[in-house]
Write a protein that binds this ligand. Structure first.
Ligand code: ANZ
Length: 824
């Protein structure tokens, strides 16, 4: 069959025209509209964290969305029915703050920004299925957020209570613990204060154990698993009661070190501990106690834990009895003890705890009551020696600096002396009638926000003040529009006449609406189910659709999401699972975090530094294909690395695409002589993509291109296969060339090229020739050629002959299969 007429010279590579035209054509033909099933194909659901409508796409978005699209496209060519959806996390503070700054209405602002971003997102040429778009501020979406809230409410997973909350004085709203970073508001950096507040919470603590234990079944970066474990902070310990000396009250402490009970020198209560109010009446320094309690109010937990200055006040005249040895010890209040952790009371053991040691030193309390001694170095103990003997051989203090915080052997602990810490913890707890308990750092998730731009909490109160969920027929419970949304610390919805009238009209006179809105992390806790069935009016997502797509095969996102979104959405999934609405109790078992693109100066991109790269401008100048491919070329994807933007690198990638374009003119009747490299490239590119090494995949294509450029001709089959390898990276250009080859169907319906395994290894090798360590040339010889024969051929190489100029080499070093170095 005659090949393409070579005479047909290709026009210039005009990216602007090509990219626009193909984007339009793909849209019009619905190329990326994904059915719920395709005969003979496996479904593959790849998810990326959607963005909030900031209104401007930055390089980070490109890195997140366009580079992951490479993988989605590869999976499609590999034969899967791939879902790669997109949407907007559209409610919340960022949109609202921006709207306020620009004097706009948050709704108008948000919808305008989304429209602009849709255009920018389209310019990436990503294979998003826009027909499944999800927008969390659309009433059709938040109807289901509200419905789920009510399902949780009915099952006591959502409740209202007064708790200490974090308050951002600038954003004038409550923040979840997860949204306080280093004592500051996660969004605006303002130092956060604490106050008591009535609010809505989700009972995430009920899931604490499962959230820890189920991490084992997830293929996630270890770093995220560790952070989640630390955040949940499960701790096993004992609760032990100390009787107050006059016999009226008991103080229950939580300790992880019951083995140190004989070393207790005082007891500390958190200033907020309820017993403080009872005990202070019996103390001789009530006024001093009141003053201290007052002084600690509003201090942040973090500040209390980290403060070097250990403040506190003794409850003078009050003592407690140590149940282990009946000794009485003084009772203090101090803010290094937190009210909401354990029991809010601590047995202090200065000899074995840093914080207690510092506190005792600061207040002249005993610090030297040592009850644990170090284990001697194992090589000093013969396996048969009893611990008793070891103890006798050791000096009692064994030269240890106090506080000694490790486990060891008990000393001066009555009948428990000589036991090891772990065993002693059990025995001592049992002996004093203590209880083994688990504690958690995790608190219930507070979701009430005193802001406008969020999902209205779907609750109404009857005239007696009792909360009722709004029945489903009244959902979506619309966000009122007659509201001045300027934040002043009170809930803006309380100012809506329409909302109050609506409530009374539906429920009766004297009923009033909840006026708080939900934390946006609620909206994003379930959005991945809605992509599967985004127009469903009767369910948040039909079970059949979820069955065909869930669990998500790959969830990519930013490294900053560890304890918020990734923990909340796990909780959400588990709660839905327990209620019988979803089939899996984890929604995504494979998670990878991508890196961050830095400015050309190697610093985080920021307006103030002036190092922000605007993708729109580069797309305009060099094309979307270049930008996609350059970002993929920066380094391995799916690892949390930092990559600085390199303007020369982008141009280099553009040149590669231009050369690929021109290679078209080299298509001829004869295939290239690079059969092995060709097969190796196909194999290697696929393997690299599967491992998210898009950078090395691109290098491999570059190597093949270099080799082909030296050939007189390459076959159309070869060129077509190359286009297929390149298609996920540069979808527009390859589509254009594919059609230049007279293909009718889209490039992106093509199958991934196959390769000939028998041609992966060459029976020849290329050996570098060095003279005095400098590369001078190479020879290609049979793999099995003897050393002497290789040397002979190397010595006959023209460069070597020239260099030796008749002289004999001093030495020849041969590294088999790689290089030969001739020393002259
Ligand atoms: C006695 C003791 C002796 C302790 C010793 C430690 C070492 P983690 O592991 O961080 O969870 N604790 C208990 N409740 C507390 C509260 N509300 N505020 C501040 N500290 C509290 O810490 C558990 C330990 O933290 C507990 O074990 C208790 O001190 C302290 F050599 O009890 B320990």
């Amino acid at each position: 069959m005659p090949k393409k007429p070579i005479a047909k010279k290709l026009k210039e590579y005009d990216h602007t025209h090509i990219e626009r035209a193909w984007q339009k054509q793909w849209d019009a033909s619905g190329l990326y509209t994904v059915p719920d099933a395709l005969p003979g194909k496996e479904n593959y659901y790849t998810l990326v964290e959607f963005s909030y409508p900031s209104g401007n796409l930055h390089v980070g978005h490109w890195y997140a969305f366009a580079v992951q699209d490479i993988f989605a496209r590869y999976k499609r060519m590999e034969g899967c029915n791939v879902l790669y959806p997109m949407g907007f996390d559209a409610f919340g503070l960022p949109a609202e703050n921006a709207a306020i700054k620009e004097g706009a209405d948050p709704k108008t602002w948000t919808y305008e920004r989304m429209e602009k971003m849709r255009g920018q997102l389209r310019s990436m040429g990503a294979s998003f299925d826009w027909s499944r778009e999800v927008v969390t501020c659309d009433p059709e979406y938040y109807k289901w957020t509200q419905w789920m809230f009510n399902e949780f409410f009915k099952k006591d997973l959502a409740y209202r209570a007064t708790t200490q909350v974090n308050w951002c004085p600038k954003d004038k709203t409550i923040l979840a613990n997860e949204q306080v970073v280093g004592g500051n508001c996660e969004r605006c950096g303002t130092p956060v204060t604490q106050k008591d507040q009535d609010q809505w919470l989700f009972r995430i603590t009920k899931y604490a154990d499962r959230l820890v234990d189920d991490l084992d079944k997830l293929d996630w970066p270890e770093s995220i698993k560790e952070s989640q474990k630390n955040w949940i902070g499960r701790n096993e310990g004992s609760e032990i009661e100390f009787q107050i000396t006059d016999g009226t009250e008991k103080i229950k402490v939580f300790t992880t070190r019951a083995d140190t009970l004989f070393g207790v020198t005082y007891i500390v209560l958190a200033p907020e501990h309820p017993l403080v109010q009872t005990l202070k009446e019996k103390a001789t320094n009530t006024a001093e106690i009141d003053a201290y309690v007052e002084q600690t109010k509003g201090k942040l937990e973090l500040e209390r834990q980290q403060s070097k200055e250990k403040t506190g006040v003794e409850l003078k005249g009050i003592t407690a009895i140590n149940p282990a040895n009946n000794e009485s010890v003084p009772v203090w209040i101090a803010d290094y003890v937190l009210a909401q952790y354990g029991t809010g009371a601590v047995m202090a053991v200065p000899a074995h705890d840093e914080r207690d040691f510092e506190f005792a030193e600061a207040h002249n309390l005993i610090t030297s009551k040592q009850v644990i001694s170090a284990l001697v170095e194992s090589q000093e103990i013969s396996p048969n020696e009893k611990p008793k003997n070891i103890m006798e051989r050791m000096s009692k203090h064994a030269g240890i600096d106090l506080p000694y915080v490790q486990d060891g052997f008990l000393i001066d602990s009555g009948e428990f002396s000589d036991l090891e810490s772990a065993e002693a913890r059990k025995k001592i707890t049992e002996k004093v009638g203590g209880k083994f308990v688990k504690t958690y750092r995790l608190r219930d998730w507070g979701i009430s926000r005193q802001r406008y731009w969020g999902v209205p909490i779907p609750i109404v109160y009857d005239p007696e003040g009792k909360a009722h969920p709004i029945p489903v027929e009244h959902l979506p419970w619309l966000l009122p529009e007659d509201v001045d949304h300027t934040p002043d610390g009170t809930a803006p919805l309380a100012r809506s006449k329409e909302l109050f009238e609506r409530t009374e009209k539906i429920f009766g006179i004297g009923w009033r609406p909840e006026v708080e809105t939900m934390d946006t992390f609620v909206d994003s806790s379930w959005y991945f189910y809605r992509y599967l069935d985004n127009h469903n009016k009767n369910e948040f997502s039909a079970r059949t659709k979820m069955d065909s797509w869930m669990p998500i095969d790959l969830y990519m996102g930013g490294a900053e999401h560890t304890t918020m979104h990734l923990l909340y959405s796990r909780f959400w999934t588990k709660a839905l699972y327990d209620l019988g609405y979803v089939a899996d109790d984890e929604a995504y078992t494979v998670r990878r975090n991508r890196g961050i693109i830095l400015g050309p100066d190697g610093e985080k991109m920021s307006k103030s530094r002036g190092n922000v790269i605007a993708p729109d401008e580069i797309v305009e100048r060099l094309g979307a294909d270049t930008v996609r491919m350059y970002l993929a070329f920066m380094g391995p994807y799916g690892v949390p690395a930092n990559y600085p933007w390199d303007p020369n690198g982008v141009v280099g990638v553009r040149r590669f695409l231009e050369r690929t374009w021109r290679l078209f003119d080299r298509i001829g009747d004869a295939a290239s002589t690079q059969d092995i490299l060709f097969n190796q490239t196909i194999a290697g590119v696929g393997e690299d993509i599967r491992e998210f090494k898009f950078n090395t995949a691109i290098s491999k294509m570059m190597i093949l291109l270099n080799a082909w450029e030296k050939e007189d001709s390459i076959s159309e089959e070869e060129y077509s296969a190359f286009l297929k390898l390149l298609a996920p990276f540069a979808p527009h250009m390859t589509e254009e060339l594919w059609h230049e080859l007279d293909n009718v169907d889209s490039m992106h319906l093509a199958e991934w090229p196959s390769y000939d395994t028998s041609k992966l290894v060459s029976d020849t090798v290329t050996i570098a020739i060095q003279i005095n360590g400098k590369l001078r040339g190479d020879i290609t010889v049979s793999r099995t050629l003897e050393k002497e024969e290789v040397e002979k051929q190397a010595l006959a190489h023209e460069k070597v002959v020239m260099h030796l100029d008749g002289a004999l080499p001093k030495r020849i070093i041969y590294v088999p299969g790689r290089l030969i170095n001739i020393v002259v």
